[in-house]
Design a protein around this ligand. Structure first.
Ligand code: FMN
Length: 163
């Protein structure tokens, strides 16, 4: 709960290098996530090269982080029940594990769903057609401390026994 409350989306990063052990720490958290029939549809690409970071991100602030982690998912490795593609859910769980582990270690992240072009990223990183690029996040030491954003009060999102 401490880390859940502390995490923020970070959109300003220090240029300081992130040690490899720290990158492996957050990837380990992603690896341990639960998934549909334990199929582990995920594949992560760690991008540190500056030119590639600029190419795959659509905003200057995201490219400024020393690391960008790209989350790819294989839709064929998860269920698709009643029109609900569960690979997206698996990816969300795994990625959020990564995000929370980063926050625990004082590293900033920001989920990017809308701010990248899948085709550009696919070409830049050589992602095969078998995988969708679901999200990415910059990773680095925060250079801002944004306040918590408001959330709906609990009674608006949870009820007991019935809708
Ligand atoms: C699936 C998903 C996609 C997101 N895509 C973007 C994005 O493209 N650009 C961005 O700046 N923030 C993005 N965000 C971050 C949200 O805007 C942010 O989580 C929300 O405003 C709440 O703020 P907080 O994370 O600081 O609590 C995304 C978050 C999620 C969960």
């Amino acid at each position: 709960m401490d880390v859940v409350k502390k995490r923020r989306s970070i959109r300003k990063y220090k240029p300081d290098r992130v040690p490899k052990a720290e990158i492996e720490y957050v990837l380990e958290a992603a690896r341990l996530a639960p998934s549909w029939a334990n199929r582990q549809c995920w594949r992560y690409i760690v991008v540190t090269d500056e030119a590639t970071r600029k190419r795959i991100t659509m905003t200057e602030w995201a490219a400024k982080a020393p690391v960008v982690i790209v989350a790819c998912g294989d839709p064929s490795k998860a269920g698709n029940r009643d029109g609900k593609p569960y690979y997206m859910l698996d990816m969300g769980i795994s990625m959020e594990h990564l995000v929370l582990a980063a926050s625990e270690h004082g590293l900033g992240t920001c989920w990017l769903g809308g701010q990248f072009d899948e085709k550009t990223v696919r070409e830049a990183l050589g992602v095969p057609e078998s995988h969708r690029i679901v999200a990415m996040t910059p990773l680095g030491y925060p250079d801002e401390s944004p306040p918590a954003k408001e959330r709906k009060p609990l009674p608006e999102l949870a009820t007991w026994e019935k809708w």
